[in-house]
Design a protein around this ligand. Structure first.
Ligand SMILES: *[C@@H]1O[C@H](CO)[C@@H](O)[C@H](O)[C@H]1NC(C)=O
Ligand SMILES: *[C@@H]1O[C@H](CO)[C@@H](O)[C@H](O)[C@H]1NC(C)=O
Ligand SMILES: *[C@@H]1O[C@H](CO)[C@@H](O)[C@H](O)[C@H]1NC(C)=O
Ligand SMILES: *[C@@H]1O[C@H](CO)[C@@H](O)[C@H](O)[C@H]1NC(C)=O
Ligand SMILES: *[C@@H]1O[C@H](CO)[C@@H](O)[C@H](O)[C@H]1NC(C)=O
Ligand SMILES: *[C@@H]1O[C@H](CO)[C@@H](O)[C@H](O)[C@H]1NC(C)=O
Ligand SMILES: CC(=O)N[C@H]1CO[C@H](CO)[C@@H](O)[C@@H]1O
Length: 866
């Protein structure tokens, strides 16, 4: 009952905001499984599911048994399993189906992509009575025979599962068999009325799964990317289904290019997490009430499989989610520099001219990108005549430490050697009749490589070797786009759901992991093209993603409009990906479609320098807008911004290092470490650096209001320039800003490493000395960390990296080198307190040293002085 009002309002809102391409995408009303489950939620009055048996495994902490669904005709028996993982529990419900036909009739779970292990039995106590009690540490899980789960942390109820009786497991049935319990609807069980998917055969009929989870005492929910919406989840119906949603408006819960079915629930003191392990079309209906938040999860098919991370800190939950799905790749350093892209740079001369212009205007940049036009007629793995000698071009770029990224998409033009090979060897996505699927995309009629087929890898490797189109250069990397998959004449711009992948899996089952499997085969190929001893870290940008994509790729938010509101929403979008374990994220600087004003372009650069992935991109019909095009003063403001990004590279790289081992975001919303200001989505800290930023994302701004979230003092750090001007924390302040100002602050108590010397590219900065800036807190103390390595190889995995912790007060500074590597050194120490003292030094980071500041001097303290 309680869901009715909400759903009604949602549909109303959707109609009011109808935009250009809405008709391409299904609403919940038009989607069989979604509408059926909303109907179910509306009509359900009792619990039709009972747990009728369980067995306990004596070695691993898991329990399994039968779950009985009662319908008028009798009982349907399902299998359930509950296992304890580190920090939480996993629950699955599956059904045995043996249906003959082309389609694999098992239910799919993407769990094999992950590292899920049950803890040993001795960590857990299990008591059987009427109710099953499972306890570990201070958590108790109660499983009731009338199926319902309750979670207690420190004796307090923190989660209820199936408390609203929304568990719905659409068991296998034949058309018109009539096996239903009262509240079920039969809408579109065996057909699809939506205009572009009428051909969908739905060979296994209705097979959806749904369940409700109530977070007790948790009001703030984040995660479930990707949506162009507020950071905090509202009372809305969010859809997770990877689609090419071009020219779309903001403030929407419609599906986008990627899906991560993970959410983080927070209150002032603690957090919980929920990972719904399912790759099918999914809706999540969120509803707040008093101190609690209810979520109704609905997936089109698959095993019901989820992990609840019980009460913990947000950091620990992200760590545990990362232990299961993987942590962000430690990126090659160049990929944290500035990327220059447009659709398209026309030829070799154009590419090299752009590179020279950057040097002429003294703007650092690392990477130029080639969109689809570099190919011979959109045949990937070829070059057209405008690029007669790619190796020569790559060598010219390498001369100044620059890189090239080229696009490779999964749609392969019909009738040339690559598609012919894929078709002949049955390595493509198949149609519902199990023969090659043809559809339209950039090259015209195309086939799609089936990345789920293990035989594809070897062929994919052969396309990326040094005898192939990439040559033997080490400064070429890959952009995997359109991997949702995007099909111009497909339903909802994607694959028909009854298309088949390797193993007889329907697209319906594997849809949301397909994009990830595609960039993963690319990653493997890029690893294998190199000699093991000199291997460099590959860089891949993907548009489509899933839980786990963070291990091998960066993502961007897709095709933006050059408008202020898109600049503004890019911040919560990037922050939300970080909260969902995918921190290597960015949006197109300048916006993709249209022509930004010079002011908007400038503000976009000033924001974009903080995106973990910092790339400018533009549509083929947009005018050229490289940083020098707007002219001064805009060009000089853009130059200042890009140089600031380069100066801060040690901060970003250190944050990425931390994220790569603990899963914390690279950009942190201000509530992340403070448990306050849960609705603030336009300010953030960079990792643990203490640098707080609130970019300007509106026109004509003369004054910027900023919340300084923590108590203590904050230093003005506008444009990255240290200042003795301080503000009291835990207050909202206002500062004047001009068009060249980026509102930045540093929380007192932090020490920041920078490399401010201008270089043409990050590669040329590797041996540059560091400046460290000490911002003393109210007790005259500060500390900070640095991580560094060669920025390109995997040698850091063998201990070749630098890790330093620094502590200071107003008279001393102490370097603790936890791991030393190479001849890195500091040439300037700036101490900011009541005044600013600058010391020119040469401090090698190869040992533990303590220095004393005296007037204008700094000297090392040796043993008996310490
Ligand atoms: C219980 O707590 C200990 C110590 O924090 C931890 O190592 C262990 O993994 C926890 N057990 C579970 C099942 O989370
Ligand atoms: C579908 O095609 C694949 C690849 O050609 C083949 O391996 C598989 O056996 C076929 N499935 C059926 C049920 O015929
Ligand atoms: C999006 O939502 C925000 C916050 O509710 C609002 O201020 C803004 O005007 C909305 N933008 C559009 C284009 O609807
Ligand atoms: C790469 O190939 C070019 C020619 O294609 C050749 O001149 C060069 O020596 C090769 N470099 C390496 C490292 O193999
Ligand atoms: C600074 O730290 C050193 C070493 O810990 C200590 O001896 C000294 O008293 C401190 N100075 C102040 C002013 O607190
Ligand atoms: C510095 O001290 C730490 C412990 O305080 C130690 O682990 C580390 O090995 C020392 N580093 C060097 C380079 O001696
Ligand atoms: C960050 C951002 O504004 N993203 C938008 C970019 O444009 C696409 C449509 O082309 C929107 O869907 C995104 O919301």
């Amino acid at each position: 009952m309680k869901w009715v009002g909400l759903i009604f309002i949602l549909f109303l809102q959707n109609h009011l905001v109808l935009g250009a391409k809405h008709y391409l995408f299904k609403t919940c009303e038009q989607s069989g499984f979604c509408k059926r489950n909303i109907h179910y939620a509306h009509n359900i009055e009792e619990n039709y599911y009972t747990i009728d048996s369980f067995n306990i495994d004596e070695t691993k902490a898991y329990i399994s048994g039968n779950l009985i669904k009662s319908i008028p005709q009798g009982e349907i028996s399902l299998n359930w399993q509950l296992g304890i993982v580190n920090g939480g529990f996993r629950f699955t419900v599956d059904e045995e189906r043996h249906v003959k036909g082309i389609v694999n009739s098992k239910r799919f779970s993407p769990a094999n992509e992950f590292n899920i292990e049950y803890v040993s039995r001795d960590q857990v106590s299990i008591e059987k009575s009427d109710i099953l009690h499972i306890s570990y540490n201070s958590t108790v899980i109660k499983v009731y025979p009338k199926f319902k789960i309750e979670v207690y942390d420190d004796k307090k109820l923190t989660m209820q599962i199936n408390d609203d009786n929304l568990l719905n497991f659409e068991h296998y049935r034949l058309n018109n068999e009539g096996q239903m319990n009262t509240p079920e609807s039969d809408f579109n069980m065996f057909q699809d009325d939506f205009k572009d998917s009428r051909d969908d055969k739905l060979p296994l009929g209705p097979e959806s799964i749904a369940l409700d989870f109530k977070f007790k005492g948790y009001q703030h929910l984040y995660g479930l990317p990707e949506h162009s919406d507020s950071l905090e989840l509202g009372d809305k119906l969010y859809r997770l289904f990877n689609v090419d949603i071009f020219e779309y408006e903001i403030n929407s819960t419609l599906p986008m290019y990627g899906s991560i079915p993970f959410l983080l629930a927070m209150n002032e003191q603690s957090s919980m997490g929920l990972f719904w392990i399912n790759a099918a079309d999914t809706y999540v209906d969120v509803k707040h009430s008093n101190q609690d938040t209810s979520t109704h999860w609905i997936s089109e098919n698959g095993v019901m499989d989820f992990i609840v991370f019980t009460k913990d800190s947000n950091r620990d939950i992200q760590k545990k989610y990362g232990d299961i799905t993987g942590f962000t790749v430690l990126p090659p350093l160049f990929s944290l520099g500035y990327h220059q892209c447009r659709w398209n740079y026309n030829d070799e001369a154009d590419v090299l001219d752009i590179t020279e212009k950057f040097d002429e205007y003294e703007i650092p940049y690392d990477t130029i990108w080639l969109d689809i036009e570099y190919t011979d007629n959109k045949k990937y793995f070829t070059w057209n005549e405008n690029f007669p000698n790619p190796t020569r071009m790559l060598q010219a770029l390498d001369h100044t430490g620059r890189n090239l990224v080229v696009i490779i998409d999964p749609h392969i033009k019909k009738d040339y050697d690559v598609s012919n090979y894929l078709v002949e060897n049955k390595l493509t996505i198949m149609n519902s009749q199990n023969s090659t699927y043809y559809g339209h995309c950039w090259p015209g009629e195309s086939v799609w490589v089936d990345s789920l087929n293990p035989k594809v890898q070897q062929y994919w490797d052969s396309l990326h070797t040094s005898s192939g189109f990439m040559g033997n250069s080490s400064n070429v990397h890959i952009w995997n786009d359109m991997n949702e998959i995007s099909v111009f004449d497909g339903p909802e711009t994607s694959s028909p759901k009854d298309n088949l992948h390797y193993g007889g899996w329907e697209d319906r089952s594997v849809h949301n992991i397909n994009g990830m499997k595609f960039h993963e085969i690319t990653y493997d190929s890029l690893i294998k093209r190199q000699q093991e001893t000199t291997r460099q870290r590959p860089f891949i940008l993907t548009r489509s993603y899933f839980s786990g994509s963070q291990k091998t790729a960066a993502m961007w938010t897709g095709d933006n409009m050059s408008k202020w509101e898109y600049l503004k929403i890019s911040i919560p979008m990037v922050l939300n990906n970080g909260l969902a374990g995918m921190p290597f994220a960015g949006a197109d600087v300048g916006g993709f479609f249209g022509d930004p004003s010079k002011e908007l372009l400038t503000r976009w650069y000033q924001t974009g320098i903080f995106y973990p992935f910092f790339r400018a991109h533009a549509h083929i019909d947009s005018r050229r807008r490289e940083p020098w095009i707007p002219g001064d003063p805009f060009t000089s403001y853009i130059r200042d911004a890009i140089k600031l990004r380069y100066a801060l590279l040690p901060v970003f790289y250190t944050s990425f290092y931390e994220s790569s081992i603990n899963g914390a975001p690279v950009l942190k919303p201000i509530f992340y470490d403070t448990g306050k200001h849960f609705d603030i989505e336009d300010e953030f800290y960079i990792g643990n650096s203490g640098i707080l930023v609130k970019p300007v994302t509106e026109p004509d701004v003369k004054e910027q209001k900023i919340i300084l979230p923590e108590s203590g003092k904050y230093y003005n750090f506008v444009n990255g320039i240290p200042s003795t001007v301080t503000y009291k924390g835990d207050e909202t302040i206002s500062i004047p800003v001009t068009l060249n100002d980026i509102p930045m602050f540093v929380k007192g108590g932090h020490i920041i490493f920078t490399q401010p010397r201008y270089r043409r590219s990050s590669k040329l900065m590797v041996n540059d000395p560091y400046t460290i800036t000490v911002f003393l807190d109210e007790n005259n103390k500060a500390d900070g960390d640095l991580y560094a390595d060669d920025g390109e190889s995997f040698n850091y995995q063998n201990g070749q990296f630098l890790k330093v912790h620094v502590e200071a007060n107003e008279s001393r500074i102490n370097f603790v080198v936890e791991n030393s590597w190479n001849a890195k050194y500091i040439n300037k120490v700036i101490v900011v307190g009541k005044d600013i003292k600058t010391f020119n030094v040469k401090i090698s980071l190869n040992g533990n040293y303590t220095f004393k500041f005296e007037n204008q001097h700094i000297h090392e303290l040796i043993h008996d002085e310490l």
